[in-house]
Design a binder for this molecule. Structure first.
Ligand SMILES: *Cc1c(COP(=O)(O)O)cnc(C)c1O
Length: 464
């Protein structure tokens, strides 16, 4: 209790912002000594959140930023449920199981009803589990053949940071295929040139972080088949389907990338990206039961029976998993296809509008057989529009839009691109407003070109 309160100066009728609590600045580095009125504490916290970016205008994120009111309700209904307490919340555990089998069928597992998988906090945890399973299977084969297991390596294209974490945390050599001029993805040839007896697996990505395109899973699998026929090396594939796992089955059903390819042993995806669930859920599913090494499994008690616990974390929220199941029921195959198709249409609209400025060269324009609902571009070579893409990003930010500019990874660091993710809720109308703001920004730079030293700082990798 503050001294003023002790003096009886505080009343429940006090105006919120004229109250004793909110007429001072609240502590920032130490827990306060005394309690605060919940209305006051809430107002202070809520107001501080205004300083964050507006998530709906964040066109950098792959993650879900709009949900139906029923999802908000289910999240509230589930606030006390812990995913790990399968015995206490058996129905939530059952719902998780159903989601695993629905995904297994969606991805054409030959054993969709019986195969194994788990929900996770996101694709990163799911990728760790898929990667660990590959490492264990490789170790078991090597030990059985009396060979060493001290030099495992993993082959990927230009990947999301979670695979850097996986290889670093578990002491695995990361053979990451760098980009080259005109090539942003892995190719079968680049994969084969890195394979040896210590390769635990190959990870193609369905929706590469940098350019949003699909890597050629089928062609890589065929090359690995040939490698096995020629040299006896049997190297499995794990597909990082963080985005694409929830998109390709609906919008590019002709693509072969999933368990229809026997060499694909596991797949991860993010429920909170194009799975349309709230932040905090990912999935990993193995092709068949035998593809998950038994020593990664912990058995937990469940209604007198036994259930697998595979996730790395112990306690986890259950609401996101329940909402995933809600989405499956709510949308069905048709609904997912409609939602994602609307996003592709908007991505194509944005790409065609951007082309009209005659300043940008599209790297990926939202073609649904090539990648996820997104687009990315660079400045046309040989043009000097008076701005860099970093400058354009900053200018758009003044209107609340977050349209990131960044340089590509090795070996294309000198190429700066800008990217938009078109998610559920990035409507055609919002997209048209963004185009108007881009036009206004371009006109601004025509009158006031970005000063040369700022453009140079930007392009040398310095950004705010
Ligand atoms: C987002 C992403 C990840 C990481 O997923 P989280 O759900 O954020 O942990 C991994 N790989 C790819 C290709 C991604 O797009």
């Amino acid at each position: 209790m503050s001294s003023d309160q002790k003096n009886g100066k505080q009343s429940t009728n006090d105006d919120l912002y004229a109250s004793n609590d909110l007429s001072v600045s609240l502590p920032k580095s130490r827990i306060p000594e005394t309690e605060h009125d919940p209305r006051h504490a809430y107002a202070a916290v809520r107001d501080e959140l205004m300083l964050d970016g507006n998530s709906r205008q964040n066109l950098a994120t792959f993650c879900q930023t709009w949900v139906e009111p029923e999802i908000e309700q289910l999240m509230t209904d589930c606030i006390g449920k812990n995913m790990v307490d399968k015995d206490e919340y058996p129905q939530t555990a059952e719902i998780e199981e159903r989601c695993v089998h629905m995904l297994a069928h969606l991805w054409n597992s030959p054993a969709g009803d019986s195969t194994v998988g788990t929900s996770t906090v996101g694709s990163s945890e799911a990728a760790m589990l898929g990667g660990l399973a590959m490492k264990r299977r490789w170790e078991a084969k090597r030990k059985a053949a009396g060979k060493s297991t001290d030099k495992p390596n993993l082959i990927t294209g230009p990947v999301q940071i979670c695979w850097h974490k996986f290889t670093r945390y578990w002491d695995i050599e990361h053979r990451e295929i760098p980009m080259e001029a005109g090539r942003q993805l892995m190719t079968p040839e680049e994969v084969l040139s890195r394979c040896d007896e210590n390769t635990i697996g190959v990870v193609p990505t369905m929706g590469v972080t940098f350019t949003c395109q699909y890597e050629p899973v089928k062609a890589v699998a065929e090359a690995l088949d040939q490698l096995q026929a020629d040299k006896g090396l049997d190297i499995p594939i794990h597909v990082d389907g963080a985005s694409g796992g929830f998109i390709a089955p609906f919008c590019a059903p002709q693509l072969e990338w999933d368990f229809t390819i026997p060499r694909v042993k596991s797949i991860n995806t993010s429920g909170h990206k194009f799975g349309l669930s709230p932040l905090g859920v990912g999935w990993v599913v193995w092709r068949e039961m035998e593809d998950l090494p038994e020593d990664l499994v912990f058995w937990v008690n469940y209604l007198g029976g036994n259930m697998r616990d595979i996730a790395l974390n112990f306690s986890r929220p259950g609401g996101q998993v329940v909402c995933q199941y809600y989405n499956f029921l709510r949308l069905g195959m048709d609904g997912y296809k409609k939602v994602h198709s609307a996003c592709y249409d908007t991505a194509e609209y944005l790409a065609s509008e951007l082309k009209k400025f005659d300043l940008f060269e599209m790297i990926y324009d939202g073609d649904r057989s090539v990648g996820i609902p997104a687009l990315c571009w660079k400045l046309k070579e040989g043009t000097d529009p008076g701005f860099t893409l970093y400058g354009l990003a900053e200018r758009l930010n003044a209107r609340g839009w977050q349209v990131p500019a960044y340089s590509l990874p090795a070996n294309q660091e000198s190429v700066v691109i800008q990217r938009i993710l078109v998610r559920h809720g990035v409507s055609r109308d919002l997209a048209s407003l963004l185009i108007k703001d881009i036009q206004a920004a371009i006109e601004h730079f025509q009158l006031h070109p970005e000063p040369k030293h700022i453009a140079e700082e930007h392009n040398s990798g310095f950004h705010h």
